[in-house]
Each structure stands twice: as structure tokens, then as C-alpha cells.
Design a protein around this ligand. Structure first.
Ligand code: C2E
Ligand code: CA
Ligand code: CA
Ligand code: CA
Length: 310
């Protein structure tokens, strides 16, 4: 079930003449880009390791620049963060992602009513009131993960905007997971954590992204309103070697034990090989994401794809 469709964003990597693109012109273009719908989302599945089911998907933003072509988020998210455009852009991302999750849910319920066959989707749920699909017919909704940048985290509208997006779509808060980097929370005081805490109390899942790369101590971890630790790709890479780097094994083992003791789930990112996947499963990781399972792709790639991935 590996996705064969190469990495279309190699283009956007900061080598070749892409490097020459002026940050300044990209920055200036951002507001118009949002207005002209030049951003779009790809989704990468999150796989439940115990049984290979697709549990959800992470939304990843891309920019279809009229001149420079496809740009990956590393090229423009820092610029948007810098200018503050990340706030409306992030709101747009959340809205799109939540709507998409509702559309998937409808497709999936329809498919299970039709005897569990392939998702016979009638369009993409476009224009339909997503709220209509919110009833529970024994089909668990897919979770959608959305990245939050530090600036969004500190914006006073975060909680009301999130609630509004969920309500407009009729989606249960627990079907949304907000990913916040560990480093964005380092040193956050109780006031700064309040919005996240409020969201967590509403049932929104909170994942600590890039976990293990920051310097947060364990006491800090206990205090954060997180529900999931998302282990950084660098640890997954360490497990690729034969034999696996013992330091990485020990680290992952320790983190999994600790996370589970604190009631947190563990997601691993950057899983590229079967070897890594089975190792991480053995180490007790709950959810995995990476090229081994699927590369990020358009929402439509999920239509056949609520399947089990070995
Ligand atoms: P991230 O949140 O750590 O997202 C995971 C990145 O790893 C994605 O890169 C994904 O395409 C890539 N990836 C997934 N599986 C594999 C794998 O098996 N191997 C390798 N080598 N890479 C893998 P992408 O899409 O380029 O995104 C880069 C970063 O941009 C994200 O890192 C996230 O921090 C940021 N980002 C993306 N979308 C958004 C967004 O909507 N809002 C904000 N604030 N940040 C975003
Ligand atoms: Ca992420
Ligand atoms: Ca990450
Ligand atoms: Ca990262």
C-alpha cells in the first residue's frame, strides 16, 4: 500500500534556483495569495499501529505560486508567521481541514451503509451542510490534525475561531487535533497555556509536535494540556540502522512508557520503511505517519483509502 507518487515537492526544496526567490516578494504576495485561493491542502494519513487502520490525517498546506510553482510550507510559513498572515491563513487551513474531515465522514458512512464497499462518493460533499452527517451511525469519524504556529497560539481569537469552525461543520471537538510544537510551549506560563487548556477541556486533541527536539523538561510535560506526543522524525531515523541506534531505542522506549503513564498517546512521524514501522510498533507507539504508508496527497486519495494499511 505504499504510495508510488514521488515527492512532488522536491521542487520546493531550497536548492536550485528556487533559492533565488526573493523572500521579500513572497512575503508581499502572501495576502493576495490567500485572497486568490493559491493555497491548498494535502493530507497524510495517520495509521493506527495495532491494526493498520487509517485513524486520521494531518493537513499540510502548500502554495501554488503563479510564477514559482509549488512551494512547500517551509518556504512560506515562517514568512507568514513573521508578518502575522499566519493567523488568517491558519484559520483558513483549519476551516478547510475540518470541512474535509466531515466530507470524509459522510463518504465513509455512505460506504458502510452500502455494505462496506468502496466509498461511493457523490461529489465531495461540496455545498452540502456538513452538519447533516454528524449523526453517529456506528462509523467512527476520521480525525484531522492541523498545525498551529506560535503566533496563532497567542492570538486572542484562537478559541472562539476554533469553536466557530467546529460548530459550523457540526464536527465533534474530539475529531480535531491541533499540533503545537514543543518548542512553542517552552517557557509558556499558565496564562499563555490557557487557550490550549480551554480547547482541551472542550475535547479538542492537542499533540506536541516535533517532540524530543526541544528542551522541555518532564515537569513541564506534565503541566501541558497535551493528549498526544508526536515524536520527531529524527528518532525514527535512528531506528532505521541495523542494528538500531541503542540510544534511540532507549529514548523511544522511555518516552512511550512515560507518555502512557501520563495518559498520552504516542504518534511517530517520518516512518519510511517497514523495518522502522515494525520496530516502532514493538516499542509500543500508537500511531504512525510517513512515506512508508503514504505521502501527503490530495483529499481525494482518501476516497478509496479508509482501508487497512499493513
Ligand atoms: P511537520 O508538522 O513536522 O509535518 C511533517 C512534515 O514531514 C511534512 O512536511 C511531511 O510532508 C513530512 N513527511 C511526512 N512523512 C515523511 C517521511 O516519511 N519522511 C520525510 N522525510 N518526511 C516526511 P511538509 O509538508 O513540507 O511540512 C513542513 C512543515 O511545515 C510541517 O512540519 C509544519 O511544521 C509546517 N506546516 C505545514 N502545514 C502547516 C500549516 O497549515 N500551518 C502551520 N502553522 N504550519 C504548517
Ligand atoms: Ca505537524
Ligand atoms: Ca512534526
Ligand atoms: Ca517538523
Amino acid at each position: 500500500a505504499k504510495d508510488a507518487g514521488g515527492n512532488r515537492y522536491e521542487l520546493a526544496d531550497p536548492d536550485s534556483d528556487a533559492r533565488a526567490i526573493d523572500r521579500h516578494s513572497l512575503t508581499n504576495r502572501l495576502p493576495a495569495a490567500l485572497e486568490r485561493d493559491e493555497f491548498f491542502l494535502e493530507y497524510q494519513p495517520l495509521i493506527r499501529m495495532s491494526d493498520g487502520h487509517v485513524d486520521g490525517a494531518e493537513a499540510l498546506v502548500r502554495w501554488k505560486h503563479p510564477v514559482h510553482g509549488l512551494l512547500g510550507p517551509d518556504r512560506f510559513i515562517p514568512l507568514a508567521e513573521h508578518t502575522g498572515l499566519i493567523v488568517p491563513l491558519g484559520r483558513w487551513v483549519m476551516e478547510q481541514a475540518v470541512r474535509q474531515a466531515c466530507a470524509w465522514h459522510e463518504e465513509r458512512s455512505a460506504a458502510s451503509k452500502n455494505g462496506g464497499g468502496k466509498g461511493k462518493s457523490k461529489g465531495k460533499g461540496k455545498g452540502k451542510s456538513a452538519g447533516s452527517g454528524a449523526s453517529d451511525d456506528g462509523c467512527r469519524p476520521l480525525r484531522v490534525n492541523v498545525n498551529l504556529s506560535p503566533r496563532q497560539l497567542h492570538h486572542p481569537d484562537l478559541v472562539p475561531d476554533t469553536v466557530a469552525v467546529l460548530e459550523a461543520a457540526g464536527m465533534a471537538p474530539s475529531s480535531l487535533c491541533l499540533e503545537v510544537t514543543e518548542s512553542a510551549l517552552i517557557g509558556a506560563d499558565e496564562d499563555e497555556l490557557k487557550p490550549l487548556r480551554q480547547l482541551a477541556e472542550l475535547g479538542v486533541e492537542i499533540a506536541l509536535d516535533d517532540f524530543g527536539t526541544g528542551y522541555s523538561n518532564l515537569a513541564n510535560l506534565r503541566r501541558l494540556p497535551a493528549t498526544t506526543l508526536k515524536l520527531d522524525r529524527s528518532f525514527t531515523q535512528g531506528l532505521q540502522q541495523h542494528p538500531a541506534d541503542p540510544a534511540d531505542v532507549t529514548f523511544v522506549e522511555g518516552i512511550v512508557t512515560l507518555a502512557h503513564a501520563l495518559g498520552l498517546a504516542v504518534t511517530v512521524e517520518g516512518v519510511e520503511t517497514e523495518h522502522q514501522a515494525s520496530k516502532l510498533r514493538d516499542l509500543g507507539c500508537d500511531t504512525a505517519q510517513g512515506w512508508y504508508y503514504a505521502r501527503p496527497g490530495p483529499a481525494s486519495s482518501f476516497q478509496q483509502g479508509f482501508a487497512v494499511i499493513p
